[in-house]
Design a protein around this ligand. Structure first.
Ligand SMILES: [Zn+2]
Length: 271
């Protein structure tokens, strides 16, 4: 079903790449450079904090019997999808080539997923079950969350928030596990509950769309994903994914408009 030949495709790709001033050089979506504000917080520090907080959250979940064991089919599915996307991550942030990526599944009704700085990914069973996500849609969520980490949105936000006394998050509530201790809150769990700006969100949408397309996931799934999100119950509590990721006609329209930009990447991806 490929239009043109491989030669023409290659040529169009090179022309598109040459015409783009965005980083990375090969990017098909247009998101510009990463925020300058992030330079005020060390990437090392924030990745270390992400790793520590992720470790604490996962041990809390494990203590509650809510951490999926390695043999869990849904967890294996998530890890397989991540393995396909990860090779394309370093194009967006060279540090990612050294990240020790982790993917875990937490048993919780909440519709939620995150990727902490340093490549620490968690999905909640609620997002898979309640939205009945296809692999392509999972890849869009994962790409979006990975994009936040790769574009260092947390780093930029922490830099902007520094000194303004941002309240610590209530981790246990976020996990939907009840009171499982405030250890992570004491450790300063800002990373997990950060509210990103609207421009961070649309950047994550577009970078995630491209990451997933390069990994061979159907970019049209971004549209079906956010349509499902919009239809899902808004009654998810203050820290949920739906409250930090409002899905409206604008979001869906922007994604729709960007699908053609990455369709070729999707069609040519190895599967
Ligand atoms: Zn987001």
């Amino acid at each position: 079903m490929r239009r043109g030949g491989p030669w023409q495709a290659r040529r169009a790709f090179l022309l598109a790449a040459a015409g783009s001033a965005a980083l990375p050089a090969l990017a098909q979506v247009d998101v510009g450079r990463a925020s300058v504000a992030r330079n005020f917080v060390s990437a090392d520090n924030i990745e270390r904090a992400g790793t520590q907080q992720y470790g604490e959250l996962m041990s809390q979940a494990k203590a509650k019997g809510a951490l999926a064991p390695p043999g869990n089919a849904q967890l294996q599915r998530l890890r397989a999808i991540a393995q396909r996307i990860i090779p394309f991550a370093a194009q967006w942030n060279p540090r990612a080539a050294q990240w020790k990526w982790e993917v875990n599944l937490v048993g919780s009704k909440q519709i939620n997923a995150f990727c902490m700085p340093g490549g620490k990914i968690a999905f909640f069973t609620g997002i898979l079950d309640q939205l009945k996500l296809t692999d392509d849609e999972v890849a869009m969520v994962m790409g979006h969350e990975m994009a936040h980490a790769l574009r260092e949105h947390a780093r930029a936000r922490m830099a902007k928030n520094a000194g303004t006394g941002v309240a610590l998050s209530i981790t246990a509530q976020l996990l939907g596990l009840g009171q499982v201790g405030d250890m992570a809150a004491r450790a300063g769990t800002q990373l997990i509950s950060l509210q990103f700006s609207r421009s961070d969100e649309s950047e994550a949408d577009l970078v995630g769309l491209e990451l997933a397309a390069r990994a061979g996931y159907d970019p049209r799934a971004a549209v079906s994903l956010w349509t499902k999100m919009a239809a899902a119950s808004k009654n998810q509590g203050g820290l949920s994914f739906l409250s930090t990721h409002p899905s409206g006609p604008d979001r869906i329209r922007t994604l729709q408009a960007n699908v053609p930009k990455v369709e070729r990447l999707y069609r040519e991806a190895k599967r």
